[in-house]
Design a protein around this ligand. Sequence first.
Ligand code: GSH
Length: 256
Amino acid sequence: MQYYPVSEARSMPGLRLVLSAGVPGPWGEAAKAVFGFRNVDYVPVEQAPMQPNKELLEWTGHRNAPIAVLDDEPPVTGWLDMIDLAERLGSGPSLLPADERRRVECLGFLTEIAGRDGLGWHRRILMCAPMLDAPADPDNPGLADVLCGYGVTEEALAQSNARIVAILRELAAQLERQKQAGSQWLVGNAPSALDLFWACFSMMLDPLSQDRNPMPDWLRGMYASLPDDIAAALDPALIAHRDRVYEEVIGLPLEY
Ligand SMILES: N[C@@H](CCC(=O)N[C@@H](CS)C(=O)NCC(=O)O)C(=O)O
């Protein structure tokens, strides 16, 4: 993907979407998927993963990704705000079900996947925990602050496996209920933000093959090595579902 540097992107009009360059960050991939679903064009802007990103911080007030900046509006960083922005700017089917009961279901699962204390949050804690004991990196003295901002602590780590297992079990049960009700989607009868987010975040547990998801080896190793209890909770039906979501809705191969 061709990224613009912050120095050029900040004076451009329209929607700029700041993304971690060269890696499939789950929140970033989900943001791309929701804008893609709603046919919203954007200019991709480069963020350097786990780095201070001083120019970006000065422009937006944030160091990480994704960040969406529309014209002179305040930057948007949260996953729900990304969905709202895609709904507002885009066209075509909605990302959220119209029926209120289904909407509550969809937003509840989304929070469990993408929110603080959710699946992505705890998967990151599991992957980053070894860095807590690593000697300080003179090239990136801010890393300790980054880990702190992502809640990477021994106390949180003690909860991580159980949180991920509980969320995966509930998602698998939901998929089965939907199947019994005659739907091939995680909520309602059409693809929603929930299918997109599950597909993108599943990458942290069982990444798509290298030809479809050309990620760096070091990251593939981290994403793919799962503790036994989490591997056991990852129902093959959930993986088959995300394969279909990528093939039929998001599109392949991934580009980042
Ligand atoms: N702001 C997002 C979460 C953003 C986030 O966690 N980004 C991570 C993963 S995509 C990131 O930028 N990691 C690389 C970094 O911190 O430099 C939300 O809460 O909805």
